[in-house]
Design a protein around this ligand. Structure first.
Ligand code: 4AD
Ligand code: MG
Length: 439
């Protein structure tokens, strides 16, 4: 004799998997997100990381003692619910669970993040708990999607991931934002960028990328800067400035397309208007630094030639375009020491920043690199960088130097734009900000 599904030991199913189990008695392991009661019936919202299901418990249908437990359940208590899956068009996921039994794993009391509005500092103090809410889990999933799709794109294009050190004696992006630490009596810095090392590995492998945290002791408080962020940095031997921009636009188009394809539920939870994202198609428009200055002047935001853009300038520039835009050929003095000058106009660098639409700021910075030994040495001196620590980097121009290019994409900036966030702090699980090292 075979047992009907009602008599067999109930199987564990994720909330996401419930829709395929209508009519079955199953168990869900999760946490109580919310609860309301109406007389002798209780409605529990149970989340398990894959979704949220409504569990309906009726006093007369649950075993003795369970009803009392249910009415005392605090938010975020961990529990295992057993019940029968019922189709229900009004519920999220199209079904609900009719409770037959409950196993309380841990009874949580006085959960600090009750379901009401909280101030952002309070939420950040409780970031370890805040991460459990639907908006934050959507952001975590989106972040994972970005990382996966970016890496997938590069790997399928023949790139090899090569990791770069976190502790380094070299400043890559200027000496003002260095994080100094003591390396057995010698000064070392947390990496600002893996680029210099990737320039070495791209000669070994052709096309490489590094993907690691980067650190900038940014002393200013903005909505776009983190102290610790993740950067993806491809570096390609024999790539020209043009090849570099082409790769960037293909990559950004790809990742946005994949997010729209796989994460529409998350974008909906975030209430992201996706019209702008749907327009992200390569090629992206370009504007030179010089033309950008003119455009800014007309908008009453005049800058001197050689000044760098701030957030208001970037917002004004992107207002004129309906997709990401490259600002290119910056004055040499506004950019890092390693950038190749334009052969036709040596006062500007073969460098471009990719600005996101809608005022989300710079998401990519990239350039062709100097491949000439003498010019590179001159730049290292002009920037007052310690020559001895750059000998290995200069070696790359002594032995098999070739034109090469690369760029760095900030994962949190990309996510802030794609998710439509007000502030970059929600784009990373545990943000490190000017005044925040905890939790
Ligand atoms: O423009 P950046 O400083 O370029 C570099 O570090 C190069 N070495 C990259 C390369 O060519 N390999 O930084 C690159 C990107 C920026 O466009 C931005 O997306 C992000 O890194 N970024 C930050 N993100 C969050 N917080 C900060 N403080 C950031 N600084 C840069
Ligand atoms: Mg930059």
């Amino acid at each position: 004799m075979t047992l009907g599904s009602q008599e067999r030991e109930a199987e564990f199913v994720t909330v996401e998997g419930l829709r395929d189990r209508v009519g079955d008695r199953v168990k869900v392991r999760g946490w109580l997100y919310n609860r309301r009661s109406s007389g002798r019936i209780s409605f529990l919202l149970v989340r398990d990381g894959t979704g949220v299901v409504q569990v309906v418990a009726s006093a007369k249908e649950v075993p003795e003692g369970v009803w009392e437990e249910i009415t005392a359940l605090g938010q975020e208590s961990s529990l295992i619910v057993e019940g029968v899956v019922k189709e229900d068009a009004r519920s999220p996921g199209g079904c609900e669970l009719q409770m037959t039994d409950l196993q309380l794993v841990q009874a949580a009391e006085d959960y600090p993040l009750a379901l009401k509005e909280h101030g952002v500092e309070f939420l950040l103090d409780h970031r370890h708990l805040w991460l459990r809410t639907p908006r934050q889990t959507s952001l975590l999933r989106l972040r994972d999607r970005l990382m996966r799709e970016l890496e997938g794109f590069l790997r399928s294009d023949g790139f090899t991931r090569v990791d770069t050190p976190i502790l380094t004696p070299n400043a890559c992006e200027g000496t003002t934002s260095l994080f100094e630490t003591d390396y057995f009596g010698e000064a070392a810095y947390l990496t600002q960028s893996g680029q210099l090392y990737s320039e070495a590995t791209c000669v070994a492998l052709g096309k490489v990328y590094c993907f690691s945290p980067a650190f900038r002791a940014e002393k200013s408080k903005t909505r776009r800067h983190l102290i610790e962020f993740w950067m993806l940095e491809p570096e390609m031997a024999y790539y020209t400035y043009e090849d570099n921009l082409h790769l960037q636009e293909q990559m950004v188009e790809h990742v946005v397309g994949e997010v729209l394809r796989h994460n529409s539920d998350d974008l909906e939870i975030l209430e992201r208007d996706i019209q702008g994202l749907e327009k992200v198609r390569a090629p992206f428009p370009r504007i030179s630094y010089d033309d950008a200055l003119e455009l800014l002047e007309k908008a009453g935001l005049s800058l001197q030639w050689g000044d760098d853009f701030g957030a208001p300038h970037e917002s004004e520039i992107v207002r004129h375009f309906d997709r990401p835009v490259f600002v290119e050929r910056f004055p040499v003095q506004t950019k890092a020491f390693y950038m190749e000058p334009d052969p036709d106009r040596p006062e500007v660098a073969l460098a471009a920043d990719l600005l996101a639409p809608e005022g989300y700021g710079e998401i990519i910075g990239g350039s062709q690199r100097i491949d000439d030994y003498d010019l590179l040495l001159r730049r290292i001196r002009e920037h007052n960088l310690p020559e001895e620590d750059f000998q290995w980097y200069l070696d790359l121009r002594r032995f098999g130097s070739v034109p090469h290019s690369g760029f760095g994409l900030g994962i949190e900036r990309l996510l802030t734009w794609i998710a439509g966030l007000e502030h970059i702090r929600e784009s990373v699980p545990f943000p490190r900000l000017l005044n925040r090292l905890r939790p």
